[in-house]
Design a protein around this ligand. Structure first.
Ligand code: ZN
Length: 134
């Protein structure tokens, strides 16, 4: 879709902190992170909802890979997946590392956005991308 922000990221027309890429999917850090290492995984082609993605199993396998790598990189105790899909109308899985006392309680508070310096975002993205490729 022409003016879809995630399509623009997918086409390389907007910059992103890339953490994962294969033929069908692209992962990048959320610029409004709910925790350090919070990434979004999107299909490169435009689909409205996560459950519209044809190779749904591959999609979640990629999400799992990013989750395990991210957990190791940021040292979280676990990882949550969120698939709400209202903010940007292009399918995305939110991959959110969880820490003790991270301001989210039992669920995820969408408004609990963390202020993470650019250098730290770059460092995390680089490390996750390298390990996902490795
Ligand atoms: Zn799109």
């Amino acid at each position: 879709m022409e003016d879809c922000i995630f399509c623009k990221i997918s086409r390389g027309e907007l910059p992103s902190y890339k953490v994962y890429e294969d033929g069908d999917f692209l992962g990048f850090l959320d610029i409004r992170p709910l925790n350090p290492g919070n990434s979004l995984l999107i299909p490169k082609k435009h689909h409205r909802w996560v459950y519209d993605v044809p190779n749904f199993g591959d999609y979640w396998e990629a999400a799992k890979k990013i989750a395990l790598v991210t957990q190791a990189v940021v040292g979280s105790h676990s990882v949550n997946f969120l698939t709400l899909g209202y903010e940007v109308p292009h399918a995305h899985i939110r991959i959110v590392p969880r820490f003790d006392n991270d301001g989210h309680d039992d669920g995820i508070r969408i408004s609990a956005i963390k202020d993470i310096p650019k250098e730290e975002m770059e460092r995390i993205a680089k490390e996750v991308l390298a390990r996902c490729r490795g």
